[in-house]
Design a protein around this ligand. Structure first.
Ligand SMILES: Nc1ncnc2c1ncn2[C@@H]1O[C@H](COP(=O)(O)OP(=O)(O)OP(=O)(O)O)[C@@H](O)[C@H]1O
Length: 320
């Protein structure tokens, strides 16, 4: 897994674009740079921004049912000279029934985007919807209920309670909410995740991969509209990590769930249906049907390295 922050997406802001290139904005600079590799000028980069695929990526063309949507989502931390613009007018549609990965260098705004979409953080400007419900402007109590009833979370630290069994951990959020679990659904989740023979075990009696699968089952158990996961494989060895990614994939394919995953790992992103690339608080690119190799190649393009033979920048332009 690459080190955090190992692939700077843009040159430092003060360097600016080279002569003859137009800086479209901090997030759009890289797209302009693709043009230079293929012998085009900056207008190619601009043209790429108006393709239908890019329009979808920027959320201007709603195509399929969306699980979550943001328009003009802006998040600033601090004030005055110390203001950090973590998200800069982001438009995005999270498609229902899809596995979306969010990538970008350290500090590019991935976690902030996830937190704002999930109603865990307030926004500075813009609007966010979960399904048809606009969550920006909801009061704390309504937000808490919405998160509890409609969103599943799965974080790097599994957050399992050590004194409870796997089965009790899986249904804990619903028990706290006073909701009766849908037994058939929970059974299906448990079987899909291969946890049937581990239900009576406490977390300390489970491997890291099994603990993460319990965390995954807990996120799925209430059949949420959307599952957010931040570096789900971060604490796992590669075999356990691959297992968890396969289960997330299974959750989408067999259980028709919607998953948004923040990751630094191209291998993890390769399990998704779509990768959104963030840079400087903006969505700067997207890739459908990613492979780990293609994601790695795209990251190299962002970091300014020349593409490898066969990895044509023109291809990037078409997809963007
Ligand atoms: N609570 C906060 N107060 C001030 N600045 C913050 C806060 N949270 C995030 N930031 C800043 O906002 C920007 C985006 O942070 P964010 O955590 O979303 O990035 P990230 O892409 O998830 O990074 P990483 O990959 O390192 O987790 C960064 O510059 C960060 O320092």
């Amino acid at each position: 897994m690459p080190e955090r922050g190992a692939w700077p997406l843009h040159p430092p802001a003060h360097t600016g674009p080279p002569d003859g290139w137009r800086r479209l904005g901090p997030g759009l600079y890289s797209l302009v740079r693709y043009g230079s590799w293929s012998g085009h000028d900056a207008t190619i980069g601009e043209a790429a921004l108006s393709t239908p695929a890019t329009a979808r990526a920027y959320g201007t063309e709603p195509a399929r049912p969306v699980a979550a949507r943001a328009r003009g989502l802006t998040k600033a931390y601090g004030s005055g000279e110390t203001t950090v613009l973590a998200l800069d007018s982001v438009d995005v549609d999270i498609m229902r029934g899809a596995f979306t990965a969010v990538m970008g260098p350290s500090g590019s705004g991935k976690s902030t985007l996830m937190h704002c979409l999930a109603g865990l953080d307030t926004v500075s400007a813009g609007q966010v919807w979960l399904g048809d419900t606009e969550i920006t402007g909801l009061r704390d109590r309504e937000l808490t209920r919405l998160r509890r009833d409609r969103i599943g979370f799965m974080f790097q630290s599994f957050n399992l309670l050590p004194t409870l069994t796997a089965a009790e951990n899986i249904t804990l959020p619903m028990d706290i909410a006073g909701r009766t679990p849908d037994g058939a659904w929970v059974d299906r989740v448990i079987d899909t995740l291969g946890l049937r023979d581990r239900l009576g075990h406490r977390p300390a009696q489970l491997s890291g991969g099994q603990q993460q699968r319990v965390a995954c089952a807990r996120a799925l158990a209430s059949r949420p509209e959307l599952i957010f996961t931040d570096e789900p494989t971060g604490n796992l060895d590669s075999r356990a990590g691959a297992e968890v990614l396969a289960f997330l994939r299974e959750a989408v394919d067999s259980l028709e769930q919607t998953v948004v995953m923040v990751t630094h790992d191209p291998g993890a992103a390769g399990h998704a249906d779509l990768v959104l690339f963030l840079g400087d608080g903006r969505i700067v690119d997207r890739m459908e049907r990613p492979t780990a190799e293609a994601v790695l190649e795209r990251m190299r393009l962002f970091s300014g390295a020349r593409p490898s033979p066969g990895g044509a920048p023109d291809d990037v332009l078409r997809k963007s």
